[in-house]
Design a protein around this ligand. Sequence first.
Ligand code: ADP
Length: 235
Amino acid sequence: MSQNKRPDGRATSQLRPISIRLGVNKNADGSCFLEWGKNTVVATVNGPRPIFPKHLADQTKAVIDYKYRMACFSVSERKSPVPGKRDKEISLVSGHALEAAVMVEQFPNTVIDVNVLILSADAGTRVAALTAASLAAADAGLPMRGLVSAVAAGRANGELILDLNKEDEDAPDAVDMATAFLMPQKELVLLQMDGCANKKDCSKILETALKGAEVVYELQKKALVEKYPMDGEIQ
Ligand code: ADP
């Protein structure tokens, strides 16, 4: 990767600044406020609780009801509060990704409610949301196999880059690959892509994303250890 600077001054492989606060909502079992560049996100987790109506129950595991929403003031043009196809699709795939981390099999016939609200958006909101939701699940004390660490990588203006902002995403040759990994296992649990890239570039983008996810994971662990000091180390 080259060290060329991008429109916002970042190097090609540099993440935007990320800051994390846990336990921000006393009415939720677990919560997280996350700032990722100009994205701001709040995630809450409640449950497990008995599921209604009963026909939605799964006898083998808890159902994760993941809701991704953008506040109407999160973008410069008012966003309709009615969830559209995009919100529903993001909710569905993100719920599946989070399910890989939570030991849902311990809570049959229940539901775990995950709500993520994007307060301000500058591209990469689904990965910021999932990163925050995973921390809110840990904050809620749910038994977990690991954390979901999510990040986008791709291409803009001929360069392979990590963590696209809106300006990067609007480049004419933009490729935007949203990824999420179960960490520390490095298991890919979400992959979505906009734009066109050949197989070789896709592999390079995925490699870049994994390196970014490793950085995100370190920040997640740091936030958890700060709130829940412990003798042992999280892997
Ligand atoms: P992500 O935020 O995960 O990158 P997209 O690629 O769909 O998801 O969106 C990129 C960015 O485009 C968003 O972060 C937001 O800044 C903007 N955007 C998305 N949906 C809307 C919308 N309905 N109205 C205005 N801007 C939007």
